[in-house]
Design a protein around this ligand. Structure first.
Ligand SMILES: *Cc1c(COP(=O)(O)O)cnc(C)c1O
Length: 220
């Protein structure tokens, strides 16, 4: 199947209310252009350098999503180039985003990444540390939080569903609170192999790499 067929099939599998992010990490500009021709405008990258390179070479109306861990010393490179940062995971990173966006008088839009499986090798805040991060966000003037992102542990469909439901519960609870600078419009969960379950569990933003562009040559 080619990129256009993959996108068509994906769209037939999810409601229109679910935003599809085409994860183009490691993939060439040609592939992005093909997806663009199919109407995709949201693209996800894992690395700052790769995102910035592609941003600078491609159409202005592409919305770039930063999905991977963001190092504090790289924040300055993404200001004005990223539509949504999915990986806010600490107060220290938040402070740097606030600082760099203030310098340029721009607003950063971000999701809080939750490490729902409590996996040591994964980034994201633990649930018990959410209140501290939320409190810090309320004190910002250049950062807006629009929702939650999660990458769940590998496992069976049953296990996937348990984790997705846990993330949904956290998101849903926050949704009913009135915090400054925080709304819960976006729930970013689900990738190629588990997006159908994620959508069933309430996801409204899925991040699809292989399922659109085919296998990656190397894993990032
Ligand atoms: C690579 C990546 C994806 C896409 O993964 P696929 O399995 O190729 O769909 C989604 N989200 C994040 C954070 C990623 O790093």
């Amino acid at each position: 199947m080619d990129i256009a067929d993959n996108i068509k099939e994906l769209r037939s599998n999810v409601p229109d209310s679910v935003k599809i992010i085409a994860v183009s990490k490691t993939k060439p500009l040609e592939d992005i252009k093909t997806a663009y021709m199919c109407g995709i405008r949201d693209f996800g990258e894992n690395k700052v350098q790769e995102l910035v390179d592609k941003h600078d070479k491609l159409q202005d109306d592409i919305r770039w999503h930063l999905l991977g861990h963001l190092q504090r010393n790289k924040v300055k490179y993404i200001v004005g180039k990223v539509h949504l940062i999915h990986s806010l995971d600490s107060v220290r990173l938040l402070d740097e985003i606030e600082k760099q966006y203030s310098k340029r008088n721009l607003t950063a839009d971000a999701l809080i990444q939750i490490n729902i499986g409590r996996e040591e090798q994964k980034y994201g805040v633990l649930e018990e540390n959410l209140p501290e991060l939320i409190k810090a966000v309320e004190e910002c003037s250049k950062v807006k939080i629009h929702g939650i992102m999660a990458i769940i542990p590998k496992g069976s469909e049953k296990e996937n569903e348990i984790y997705f439901r846990q993330v949904f519960a956290i998101w849903n609870e926050l949704k009913n609170k009135q915090y400054k600078n925080i709304s819960m419009k976006v729930l970013s969960m689900g990738m190629t192999h588990d997006y159908k379950i994620a959508v069933k569990c309430g996801s409204n933003m899925i991040r699809i790499g292989e399922g659109i562009f085919g296998k990656r040559d190397y894993d990032i």
